[in-house]
Design a protein around this ligand. Sequence first.
Ligand SMILES: Nc1nc2c(ncn2[C@@H]2O[C@H](COP(=O)(O)OP(=O)(O)OP(=O)(O)O)[C@@H](O)[C@H]2O)c(=O)[nH]1
Length: 528
Amino acid sequence: MVFNWFRRQFNEKTDQIQEPQTEVKAEPETVEKPPETAESSEPAPQIAEDYLQWAKAAYKNIQKQQEPEPEVEPEPEPEVTVTNEIEPTVLTPETPEVETVVETPVETVQAEGTEPEPEPITESVPEPTAVLVEPQPEPVVTVSETEAETLEPLPFWAVSATERQARLERLKETAIEEEEPEPSERASSDPGMEFDQMFMWSAQVLADQGRRPDQVALEEITWLQKLWKALGRTRRNLLNQLKSIVGQGPLNQQAVDEIESMLLQADVGVAATDRVIEALQSKLRQEALPPEQAIAYLKQILRGILEEPFEKGYPITFAPEKDTLNIWLVTGVNGAGKTTTIGKIAHLAQKSDYRCLIAAGDTFRAAAVDQVKVWGDRSGVEVVANPGKNTDPAAVVYDAIEAAIARNTELLIIDTAGRLQNKKNLMEELNKIRRVIDKRAPGATIESLLVLDSTLGQNGLRQAEVFSEVAQLSGVVLTKLDGTAKGGVALAIVQQLGLPIRFIGVGESIEDLRPFSSYEFIEALLSG
Ligand SMILES: Nc1nc2c(ncn2[C@@H]2O[C@H](COP(=O)(O)OP(=O)(O)OP(=O)(O)O)[C@@H](O)[C@H]2O)c(=O)[nH]1
């Protein structure tokens, strides 16, 4: 089964008609919700029961997804080599014959301190200069064996009661005699269906967005739990203060002042904080807000800020179009997490059934090129790179487009300059890359993503402003949200730049990046 993360759609590889799932806007009001949950945010017991029913149905559906495919005579699956992280070899003419594209690397030596002379983009196809680095084939193993190795065993709550019992037996045999841990708070009285609170929170977030239990995939629940954990620091800071502020009864001016300082501490930034305070105060003038509704209203204001770019014309869905060439330029200062992000997006594209290719266009440092190759190996995506030092990025892009066209690639991810020292050079380099694309792939859909380190807080904003002036950005990738207690910077960035956040990174591993959902982000910040 393929889960298209870019569209959060669930396309089983059967001819079963999947009801297309509309892109869920973050405002739950705009999405059908069980009527009883339309108003209050605090589920009454009856509503909790609804969530529980929903969770049970989702859990059963997830279990069904995990069952091995029924034994049918499938056509022999092509053997897939899954490569682990190993040193790639740069293909050079001496490399033993391989079927990939091998170019004679052109060693260009630049006089010190001069930018390489821009090569004239001639009409005739120039001697290609980049090489295609294929991950070194490991001893061929079938994907299923590898999946078994690399996939974490299913979480405790996602296996059947018998499997759970078996695991407990195995644990007891090997466990050192210890106090039996207090069972975590159960969200269900039914012994056959014991969910932890995290599963229930994930289920509620999906149910509130109008998702049907039979549309939910295990990897969505897993991601929501990762998001919840990653935002833990920011949530604890915000929620503890918020509950003590709104807990004093209907919101008053003093409470609003305290909320203002709380938001500024969370790096929401002055502009976005002013908007929140203004909205709260005008609401105050209309009606007294009891605690739960005050928090629910605050969530709504914050979501409104994060979704404003969509009202200004940015598309809600940010997904490569199938069966066409999409080119995503990735930019950002070195250290922001650009290379890691490229590897994660390539991995997500692979998982979502897109044919993907990476171009190592940040040629300023050889180390950056090598790093992109390592992430190419990790994600199983080929990398087009130029073995020369400080070569012309446009030449790498040119060859990458050639390779992409030859392979019917659907998503070409281009790593671009990571330096900000000289805005003019950066702008020229990015414009030249766009000219090459316009010339070699005029029909391609081009997007440009800025990778920002969320731990930089307000300093990241200044960086973002410079890039947004020169790079015609489609959106932002916010990294390292797991590393900061100031997740509020997301609001500051959207408010300041008017750009949507497209992806968030919550860890160093390849699974730690997913498309951004303002609803889920705010729920993970302010629920609990
Ligand atoms: N905790 C955490 N670390 C991250 C995340 N994204 C990237 N990193 C780490 O941040 C560091 C920099 O990431 P890179 O991808 O190398 O950054 P870069 O922008 O390519 O910078 P250069 O490598 O200098 O070109 C690495 O140690 C990454 O593992 C994230 O979401 N969370």
